[in-house]
Design a protein around this ligand. Structure first.
Ligand SMILES: *[C@@H]1O[C@H](CO)[C@@H](O)[C@H](O)[C@H]1NC(C)=O
Ligand SMILES: *[C@@H]1O[C@H](CO)[C@@H](O)[C@H](O)[C@H]1NC(C)=O
Length: 120
């Protein structure tokens, strides 16, 4: 009975500790090199979509970026997107599951609505 309690408590603190460092399921705020690579991931996604069936956005400014380890990797951005006539601030998620065909799911959550797109 005592042993079970100890196992339970150790398990709980492990779960808590892993949430703190960001794996798995935890969210990490990105900076430095991680932020640069997350920015490139987003830029590549925007280019792929713009040269495919849209939407046609250019990357303005990355306000913040976070990364979450899920089944694959999820990037969560707050960014300025530049379209033909305007700049708007949107929340963008890229959920990457590279082992799947079309394994990148991009969600644009903008003031004028929400759009979900997939690309390879
Ligand atoms: C995104 O990619 C384009 C073309 O490669 C490049 O000109 C631009 O500077 C990049 N933007 C950012 C914010 O990295
Ligand atoms: C951008 O502005 C031009 C000229 O005002 C207009 O013809 C065009 O439809 C606009 N594009 C979008 C995507 O709103």
């Amino acid at each position: 009975m005592f042993a079970m309690k100890v196992v339970f408590i150790v398990g709980l603190s492990l779960a808590f500790a892993s949430a703190q460092v960001g794996v798995p399921g935890g969210v990490t705020e990105l900076s430095g090199d991680d932020l640069v690579s997350a920015t490139n991931v987003l830029n590549n996604s925007l280019e792929k979509l713009a040269s495919g069936d849209g939407p046609n956005y250019k990357l303005g400014k990355v306000i913040s970026a976070r990364r979450q380890v899920v089944s694959g990797t999820k990037y969560i951005y707050e960014v300025e997107l530049v379209s033909e006539n305007s700049t708007k601030t949107c929340n963008v998620n890229i959920w990457s599951q590279p082992w799947l065909p079309n394994g990148n799911e991009v969600t644009f959550d903008c003031p004028d609505g929400k759009v979900v797109k997939k690309h390879n």
